[in-house]
Design a protein around this ligand. Structure first.
Ligand code: PLZ
Length: 446
């Protein structure tokens, strides 16, 4: 078993085949593609991973939120195999095939929004967000885009411009795209500015108008892009009243709202899409991650009139909406219905919250417990009055949990948030086992 590390590829690997592979990885792959823990996987099923030496690990990471239906779900595997044997690729701009159309129809039905919808398929979350912005610009004829602090929208140059965190994502990669403006995200734990009625202090149209007065003219804004729950930024749900005010403000100014549901989508929050928690509707929704059950596929679904703005030929991509990935996604959506995974996410979330709140009562360095559904997090601080982020203890908990058989991820601009992205097919026994490991890791990190 290779030894876990607090950071990256600079650590000496342990013995055996895994160590040899990690050494080859270091020699063959740029250091920019870092790896938090020196683990080498051989297989994974459901919510259980096996490393190269046969060690069992419970998965609270889901490949960063990709495996909501579980690793190698038999239905998804069967759909992939059948489609691969029939038609692997032809490029949708060259010739049509059924799985692309069927997936578009299906997403048009399930993505929130009362109007007729259309769907564009792509390969990654970054591509989905970029294309949503392209479509919004074409539809409005406006250049500017408004985003939020702590946002993560991808690593391609435009989506990276939208991403907030500088280190390590943006260092050395500028200059970035023009006409991108940024407002604070409603981060209640650190904002501390609740209204007397308990509402979010940023939840008003006046808030947006006054903040924009020194930033950008609303009539030049094509879109606002927002994660309804910040993912990489630390699992921070935007309050319902904030999203309502944002939707109203956008409508008043003819600005399109793009919901980045790349991490929140497909059941993670206890609804199919996080926007459903607040009855607010985005004009365009960007999705990826758990849509493909492990295969690369992403989508933009939105108002038909908006989606049809780009000219014929303006959208696409060689691999976008690949038939095998579409078949996987259709199987994923079947599994969601058959196994009632949205309800399961809500139930998992209740169990997580119960334990997390007990831990918060026990440890003064757990500053905040928050999340929606199975997307729950603990924010670690040095103490609750200073709220200084404690990334050191966060990394320690992650490492001890790993040593004891649980893979979980950190998040947050300061790396001081522990987050849960377990497959939703996880059994009650596996969930309890994982939580017990996490509990012992927190105790060890005291
Ligand atoms: N939007 C909300 O969470 C990807 C990043 C992993 P891609 N988050 C994981 C890493 O280290 O790059 C993400 C997201 C939200 C967009 C993206 C980008 O999705 O499929 O990674 O391009």
């Amino acid at each position: 078993m290779t030894r876990p590390t607090s950071s990256t590829d600079s650590t000496p690997a342990g013995d055996g085949a895994a160590a040899a592979l990690i050494a080859r990885r270091r020699a063959a792959i740029p250091r920019g593609v870092a790896q938090g823990l020196p683990i080498v996987l051989s297989e994974a099923h459901g919510a259980v991973l096996r490393d190269a030496e046969g060690r069992r690990l419970l998965d609270f990471a889901g490949g960063i939120g990709v495996m909501n239906v579980g690793h190698s779900h038999p239905k998804v595997v069967a759909a992939i195999q059948a489609q691969a044997a029939r038609l692997t690729h032809c490029c949708f701009q060259v010739a049509a095939y059924e799985p692309y159309v069927a997936l578009a129809e299906r997403l048009n039905r399930i993505v929130p929004g009362p109007w007729p919808k259309k769907t564009l398929l792509l390969n990654s979350g970054a591509e989905a967000v970029e294309n949503a912005v392209k479509i919004a610009r074409a539809a409005t004829g406006r250049p500017a885009v408004l985003v939020f602090e702590h946002a993560f929208h991808g690593r391609t140059l435009f989506s990276l411009t939208l991403t907030g965190k500088v280190s390590p994502y943006k260092i050395g990669f500028g200059p970035f795209a023009p006409e991108v403006y940024r407002l604070p995200y409603p981060y209640c734990f650190r904002c501390g500015g609740q209204r007397p009625d308990g509402g979010c202090c940023q939840a008003s149209e006046e808030h947006f108008s006054s903040r924009l007065a020194t930033l950008v003219a609303p009539e030049t804004l094509a879109a606002v892009v927002i994660e309804p729950v910040l993912g990489e930024g630390g699992f921070i749900p935007a309050p319902r009243d904030f999203l309502h005010a944002l939707v109203r403000w956008c409508q008043r100014h003819g600005v399109l709202l793009i919901a980045d549901e790349v991490q929140t989508g497909f059941g993670r929050t206890g609804k199919m899409f996080a926007m459903e928690h607040c009855d607010a509707t985005a004009d365009l929704t960007a999705m990826a991650k758990s849509l493909g059950g492990g295969l690369p596929i992403s989508a933009v679904t939105g108002r038909q009139d908006v989606m049809d703005a780009p000219v014929p030929g303006g959208l696409g991509g060689t691999f976008a909406g690949n038939p095998v990935a579409c078949a996987a996604a259709l199987a994923v959506l079947d599994v969601f219905e058959e196994e009632r995974l949205v309800e399961r996410a809500a139930a998992i979330g209740d169990k997580l919250r119960e334990r997390f709140l007990l831990w918060q009562a026990a440890y003064p360095w757990i500053g905040d417990v928050r999340g929606l559904g199975a997307m729950q997090a603990l924010e670690l601080v040095e103490d609750r009055s200073s709220k200084r982020p404690d990334s050191r203890r966060t990394a320690l908990v992650q490492r001890v949990a790993f040593e004891r058989g649980l893979l979980l991820l950190t998040a947050g601009t300061w790396g001081n948030v522990l987050r849960t992205l377990m497959p939703l097919v996880i059994s009650d026994a596996e969930l309890a086992e994982g939580l017990d490991i996490l509990s012992s890791a927190l105790e060890a990190a005291q």
